[in-house]
Write a protein that binds this ligand. Structure first.
Ligand code: DON
Length: 579
């Protein structure tokens, strides 16, 4: 069906539904932070301060990102890490870009069926709790490669604040304390983790109390002195391997010795004249954001309005088609051939649009893949410097506090990233993702991720830096922030705070944030055949920057702040800081 007809139908639907295009219902957001020389937005206020200080001292955005990465490992231990992995998207001031993949890899002894019992059924918790869930960590190698290749300052300078916060401790605010309280039972199961994160009486640290991490300080100091070898070839790897062997894990010294960061070409696409630069496989994020944007480009979202039934309809359908592709076709590029150019093709998006019924919900079971979902902690931070270098980093332990284990003496929480693999085709993971063979477990393979650190540019200049935690929802959270700015005219804070929807093909339901849609809109969508889930509360905390003004309108008018930063109002301890 040609676009014109579709547009007409959409327009007539708007009139029939008597909805109000160009307006939407969402709570007022605080004003974005402003800066003229730099902006750092992270999920923990002390880490934001560390990043800003690096910029003020003459470091570039990559230096700030490295210092923030280490700082979050101390002051945001539920997700910040050196025992996990992540991605860094960099768009340099000259318009070139690159991508560092420092995500975890499966241990050499990993097998396809390692989380199944003798009857082929998944063993509950095996890919989530304890040492068997741990992938070989990549954060230290990734941060160090970023610094060496693209930073200006010394490792010692960039790591000093993190070492200070670990050694001297920091005072917990409400958001910090909440994250510990939520995971106390889990942390209590590992004596080494409990000794750090719980008080001697077994209770979590509360608001106003000081968390001191001397073992982590010593590990960080060793890395600061000796570089990556201190982690991958020395006492730290030895301690993790020893604990793993003693407690049911399979990590071995060669896993650490052979770990290597991959520098990859980011995924790029255009959306209404904006250039998107985001994560390539082994992340699904950039490809799937681009696929959804390509589909949405054919609909007049701005006219249809934020949160209208028609906008939700076309967004959900675009998500449904893109997540089938995500879950069936994508995996680690060293192991599977990813059909990236096909998924990014605008003609492929047009074919998808042609299959979307303008009046009815699609049915996921009808879209079974040509070949064949994630607790809840990751963190994203966005940084831009005075020269216009933009850095977006998303890194994670996967679940909150990862596998919940710390090898004695290291102070380092280890990830449970192995759960991102397909344990068995058709069996959902922590985030409900039903995945296939392309993401099966193999030695040294990286599990497919949804992390989507993204930089958007316009006319060759940086426009937006954005990303989020949120498991399988990272992709749609990041996408919706972009659409909210470009199509709906929201300022960067509103775009991040606005209520969200999410669909991931299976389960076949639309997740809607509480109060995200009006009751009339919910009824319209139900009438089209949608199953709405209004109860599920797992939404990530995005961190974004807009350049040239706080919104498109302000950019067009001129006179806005150069850098406008926003931390999600859902984030309890984060901060956007400009200078
Ligand atoms: O890489 C991924 O897609 C997941 N391990 C991310 C986990 C996550 O975002 C949890 N936090 N909310």
């Amino acid at each position: 069906m040609p676009l014109t007809r579709r547009t007409l139908i959409a327009a007539s639907l708007s009139i029939t539904f008597a909805l109000a295009p160009l307006t939407s219902v969402f709570a007022a957001s605080p004003a974005p932070a402003k800066g003229e020389h730099g902006m750092v937005v992270t999920a923990q206020h002390l880490a934001s301060e560390v990043g800003i200080e690096v910029l003020k001292k003459g470091g570039n955005a990559v230096d700030a990102a490295v210092a923030v990465g280490y700082a979050l490992a101390v002051v945001y231990p539920n997700a910040g890490n050196i025992g996990g992995g992540g991605f860094m998207t960099i768009r340099f001031k000259d318009g070139k870009s690159t991508f560092l993949d420092f995500r975890e890899r499966a241990p050499l002894a990993a097998t396809k069926t390692m989380y199944l019992d003798k009857d082929g059924k998944p063993v509950k918790g095996a890919s989530l709790d304890g040492y068997l869930a741990v992938g070989v960590p990549g954060s230290v190698a990734g941060l160090e490669m970023a610094r060496e290749k693209y930073g200006k300052l010394s490792r010692q300078d960039l790591m000093a604040p993190a070492i200070g916060y670990a050694r001297e401790g920091f005072i917990l605010n409400q958001g910090d304390a909440a994250s510990f309280a939520g995971s106390a039972d889990r942390l209590a199961k590992d004596p080494a983790a409990a000794a750090i994160f719980l008080k001697p009486d077994g209770k979590p640290y509360g608001i106003g109390e000081r968390l001191v991490q001397p073992d982590l300080a010593a590990s960080l100091a060793a890395i600061s002195e000796r570089g990556t070898d201190a982690f991958y070839k020395g006492a730290i790897a030895d301690a993790i391997v020893k604990a793993s062997g003693a407690k049911g894990g399979i990590l071995a010294k060669p896993d650490f010795e052979q770990y290597a960061v991959r520098e990859l070409k980011p995924v790029t696409c255009t959306y209404r004249g904006y250039e998107i630069t985001s994560s390539p496989p082994p992340s699904s994020g950039g490809v799937i954001i681009c696929e959804i944007l390509n589909v949405l480009e054919g609909y007049p979202l701005s006219y249809l309005g934020a949160g209208s039934a028609e906008t939700v309809h076309v967004m959900v359908e675009a998500m449904r088609y893109a997540y089938v592709d995500r879950n069936s076709a994508l995996g680690d590029p060293d192991f599977v051939v990813n059909p990236v150019s096909k998924l990014l093709d605008k003609a492929y998006a047009r074919d998808i649009r042609d299959k979307i019924d303008p009046f009815r919900a699609g049915v996921s079971q009808d879209l079974m893949p040509k070949g064949f979902g994630e607790s809840k902690e990751t963190t994203h931070y966005s940084i831009i410097d005075d020269e216009g270098n933009a850095v977006a980093v998303t890194y994670t332990l996967n679940g909150s506090f990862g596998a919940g284990v710390v090898a004695d003496g290291t102070g380092i929480l280890l990830n449970n990233e192995m759960d991102d693999f397909t344990q068995k085709p058709g069996v959902p993971n922590l985030y409900g993702l039903v995945q296939g063979e392309a993401n099966a477990i193999q030695p040294k393979k990286t599990p497919l991720s949804s992390m989507s650190p993204t930089v958007v540019a316009k006319d060759g200049k940086p426009f937006m830096v954005i990303g989020s935690p949120g498991g399988s929802r990272i992709i749609t959270i990041t996408l919706e922030a972009i659409v909210n700015v470009i199509d709906h005219g929201m300022n960067i804070q509103e775009a991040i705070d606005a209520p969200r929807i999410h669909h991931q093909w299976l389960p076949d339901k639309v997740y809607v944030e509480p109060f995200g849609l009006s009751p009339d809109t919910e009824k319209l969508l139900a009438g089209m055949g949608y199953h709405l889930d209004l109860a599920d509360q797992t939404w990530g905390q995005a961190a974004g920057i807009l350049v040239g003004g706080k919104s498109l309108a302000e950019i067009e008018k001129g006179g806005g702040a150069r850098y406008n930063g926003a931390i999600d109002s859902r984030a309890a301890s984060g901060e956007a800081l400009g200078y």
